[in-house]
Design a protein around this ligand. Structure first.
Ligand SMILES: NC(=O)c1ccc[n+]([C@@H]2O[C@H](COP(=O)([O-])OP(=O)(O)OC[C@H]3O[C@@H](n4cnc5c(N)ncnc54)[C@H](O)[C@@H]3O)[C@@H](O)[C@H]2O)c1
Ligand SMILES: [Zn+2]
Length: 407
């Protein structure tokens, strides 16, 4: 835990309230319709003193800004009244991302709270460290937190802020592809408890989200690929044309991420805004995740654990096969998905001796209802159907299908 106080005696507070000049929210389609192509209209942010070039995605209660963080954050902070600023980071984002954030903050003083990285540290011990630091620095209800990191820091830093003194404001600055396209919308915060993932937490929106694709420059390529699985998922459940474009993309390492991230965020936004508390159609986002979570859980107990997105990619291939069996998704399209997954992610055959364990994990999934394993499937491409059920034999068949994809 490090703490660096860079506060100067007087906080700059040149309040210049930003006003959103356009509402680029599209009418929400009825569920079951294919989504309209994304409207990526630029939103000009004008203030009385400054003009900022930025891409903004307005949600009900906050904006997501996409682009260079140094062009946006300082101006946003100037419009806010806060007593102290805290930045929560882990050791990797402190090293790789903090310098960029510091530049963006300019003269704004802050205290750094640094915690150990990784899912294993998304727990109460780390929360205790964060809360202790906030208490030690006498943070009041009018303090502000910036969470600088991947989904672990976003979920945990947000949770700590949302519960500290009954809630202080926080800003998300996601630095992994996964957290930029997935964790940045939906307001889910929390930690793991007694080995159960995300078992303690709440829904609470941030003040704003700042997504700077330049943070991805230092992200290991395996992490990039992992986050990319959520982008594939978004296209398969909501935008067949985007899926066609994704298949044409070259190597992920040299990608121009901004437009593809924005596109994906629009898809997730439309789904989440229709179902903020995950009671219905938000389940569309579970495509690939019923089998994916089980594969991820089982791999965790081996010497070769898979990252979340790597397991979800396997789940996407299997659940595309189930989509054929249950909903009639054409086999040609199932094969296209499977081939692409193996090309991007390699092939991790699942041992048939472990199928009972995988099925047991699926039966334990908190999304199940009425003792049935719950799936989201697709047909046609770009359209999801929630609350689908498959029998165990068919699920095993889908794993066999994946195993046969090697070439
Ligand atoms: N709230 C939500 O809606 C939501 C959605 C999806 C996932 N999640 C949660 O997100 C977590 C996974 O997130 P993640 O994949 O971002 O993992 P992570 O936060 O652990 O980040 C992965 C690794 O990359 C490092 N890192 C982060 N940014 C970096 C950068 N720019 N350069 C170099 N290294 C960097 C981190 O230190 C970590 O070691 C899980 O806990 C999951 O439950 C939440
Ligand atoms: Zn996921």
């Amino acid at each position: 835990m490090g703490s660096r106080d860079q506060r100067s005696p007087a906080l700059p507070n040149l309040i210049t309230t930003a006003t959103n000049k356009f509402d680029n929210r599209l009418p929400l389609p009825a569920w079951g319709c294919r989504f309209a192509p994304c409207d990526l209209r630029r939103v000009n942010f004008e203030t009385t003193t400054i003009k900022l070039p930025m891409e903004a995605i307005p949600l009900k209660h906050y904006n997501i800004f996409v682009g260079p963080i140094e062009l946006q954050l300082a101006a946003f902070l100037k419009g806010l009244d806060y007593s102290q600023l805290f930045v929560i980071a882990d050791e990797n984002t402190e090293r790789h991302c903090l310098p960029r954030l510091e530049k963006a903050l300019g003269q704004s003083p802050f205290s750094l709270v640094s915690v150990p990285s990784g899912e294993a540290n998304k727990n109460l011990d780390s929360c205790r460290l964060i809360w202790k630091e906030l208490m030690g620095q006498e943070a009041g209800r009018d303090a502000l937190v910036i969470n600088l990191g991947g989904g672990v820091i976003g979920d945990m830093g947000g949770f700590c802020a949302a519960t500290f003194k009954r809630g202080i404001r926080f800003i998300q600055a996601p630095t992994t592809l996964l957290s930029q396209v997935d964790a940045s919308i939906g307001g889910k915060l929390g930690i793991d408890f007694l080995q159960v993932k995300n078992s303690i937490g709440l829904f609470q929106d941030p003040l704003a989200v700042f997504i700077d694709p330049a943070f991805l420059d230092t992200l290991p390529s395996r992490e990039i690929r992992s986050g990319f699985a959520e982008l594939i998922k978004h296209s398969l459940i909501a935008d067949a044309e985007q899926w066609a474009r994704i298949r044409q993309l070259g190597r992920l390492e040299n990608m121009d991420w901004e437009s593809i991230i924005v596109h994906s965020l629009h898809i997730k936004r439309r789904i989440v805004e229709q179902d903020p508390l995950e009671k219905g159609i938000r389940k569309a986002l579970n495509f690939g995740h019923t089998i994916g979570h089980a594969v991820e859980g089982l791999a965790l107990e081996t010497d070769t654990p898979l990252l979340h997105g790597e397991a979800v990619a396997i789940g996407l291939a299997c659940e595309a096969y189930l989509s054929h069996q249950i909903l009639g998704l054409p086999l040609k399209e199932v094969a296209q998905i499977g081939r692409y997954i193996v090309q991007q992610y390699g092939h991790y055959p699942q041992n048939p001796n472990h199928y009972p364990d995988l099925l047991a994990l699926m039966r334990n999934d908190k999304k199940n209802q009425g003792g049935q394993i719950n799936f989201t499937l697709i047909n046609p491409l770009g359209q999801a159907a929630i609350n689908q059920h498959c029998n165990p034999e068919l699920i095993e068949e889908s794993l066999n299908y994946y195993n046969g994809l090697a070439y």
